[in-house]
Design a binder for this molecule. Structure first.
Ligand SMILES: Nc1ncnc2c1ncn2[C@@H]1O[C@H](COP(=O)(O)OP(=O)(O)OP(=O)(O)O)[C@@H](O)[C@H]1O
Length: 352
């Protein structure tokens, strides 16, 4: 929830938005500014004086009004300028680490009302966002682009390692030689890639219209990653249906980077005991992840296969007739499952 609001705040001031255009004009004119987004009762409690404007927002108008002292109040959707030249009177007891009056006021109003408050510094040429306890200074587009490109380069490396790890897991699964350590390694690598993805997403929101290329690169690099993670969990989790794969991956997401390095924590999240030797334990996949790679095989049929045979090894060992007996599978599909599994196995042997 908290994160969502920050994302919304970053999006609302991203390059290409009318609000950002107005902020940039104020920055260039070096007049400074203090802008509050929203006019809820809670916000209006701290607003005093000024005059009602009540007109459609435009960047040029915002910039004109910023020449005056005091704060400007915009509507929640940013489409109207409601008041200008207003005095903000937040509770002075609210702690603030800011030294200047404008920024201290902005921080206190944000903490008191939860509104998005934007301070544009006259002396330092910086735009700072405040919302609740969150504070964020916008950087220049070139700086963020640089960071985003570095993160993409890191993501490429991590993706390559993940692909190797998954390929190895597939190979071990076909040979029924998987240990819990292999499962934990694969899940850890999935989450590492997802973490870099989330970091880059934040840059993309902040870059707005300037982030399109990064966004396209990201999409290509993270295709399937989350699904692979969910399917691994489906293959190995010992937990009942109340712990969904999404829930388990969501739990791993909340861990610190140190915890993520601990393989035994990962297998514990899948419902295995946390003993030291557990990682050497052999395990057999149910087969969800590999069956998902067979073209045109519906999820319900995959479910029926796993329900009937229990694991990938038995599914691979089943005859055409046995496969044919499963609901949703006729002779043609039975053959395409057999062929599909055979082809996948050959492909992984070839790639490794
Ligand atoms: N309570 C307030 N309500 C509305 N506007 C305020 C309030 N406090 C300060 N301001 C605005 O901030 C200006 C003074 O900013 P000041 O230089 O003291 O703060 P600052 O945080 O150091 O900002 P800057 O970095 O721009 O100098 C005032 O001229 C006024 O426009």
């Amino acid at each position: 929830m908290k994160d969502e609001r920050i994302v919304l705040a970053l999006k609302s001031v991203a390059p290409g938005t009318p609000l950002r255009e107005g902020l940039e004009q104020i920055l260039r004119a070096k007049t400074g500014g203090l802008i509050v987004i929203g006019d809820t009762a809670k916000i209006m409690e701290v607003v005093e004086g000024g005059f009602a404007i009540n007109t459609d927002y435009s960047p040029a108008y915002l910039y004109e009004l910023a020449k005056m002292d005091g704060a400007i109040i915009l509507s929640e959707d940013g489409k109207k300028i409601l008041y200008a030249n207003a005095q903000l009177i937040p509770d002075p007891a609210i702690p603030s680490a800011e030294t200047g009056i404008r920024h201290r006021t902005a921080e206190r109003v944000a903490k008191q009302t939860n509104a998005l408050v934007i301070a544009i510094s006259q002396r330092r040429s910086v735009i700072t966002l405040y919302q609740g306890n969150f504070k964020y200074s916008l950087s220049e587009v070139s700086v963020i682009l640089n960071k985003a490109n570095q993160a993409i380069a890191t993501l490429e490396k991590y993706r390559a390692v993940l692909d190797k790890t998954l390929m190895r897991l597939t190979n071990l699964e076909f040979d029924d030689m998987v240990t819990l350590l292999d499962v934990a390694k694969a899940l850890q690598r999935v989450e590492m890639v997802l973490r870099i993805e989330r970091e880059i997403e934040r840059y993309i929101w902040e870059l707005g219209s300037e982030g399109r290329l990064i966004s396209m690169q990201l999409e290509e690099l993270i295709a399937n990653v989350e699904d692979e993670g969910l399917l691994i969990i489906q293959d190995y989790s010992l937990l009942g249906p109340e712990k969904t794969p999404e829930g388990i991956l969501g739990l791993i997401r909340t861990w610190s980077s140190e915890d993520l390095l601990d393989y035994s924590l990962i297998v514990r999240a899948l419902g295995y005991p946390g003993s030291a030797s557990i990682l050497d334990q052999p395990v057999s996949p149910r087969g969800y992840r590999i069956l998902d790679k067979i073209p045109r095989l519906p999820v319900t049929v995959i479910d029926n296969l796993v329900q009937t045979f229990g694991n990938l090894k038995s599914i691979m060992g089943a005859s055409i007739e046995e496969l044919d007996d499963v609901e949703g599978i006729g002779e043609i599909r039975a053959r395409s499952i057999k062929d599909g599994l055979k082809r996948l196995r050959e492909q992984t042997n070839f790639t490794l």
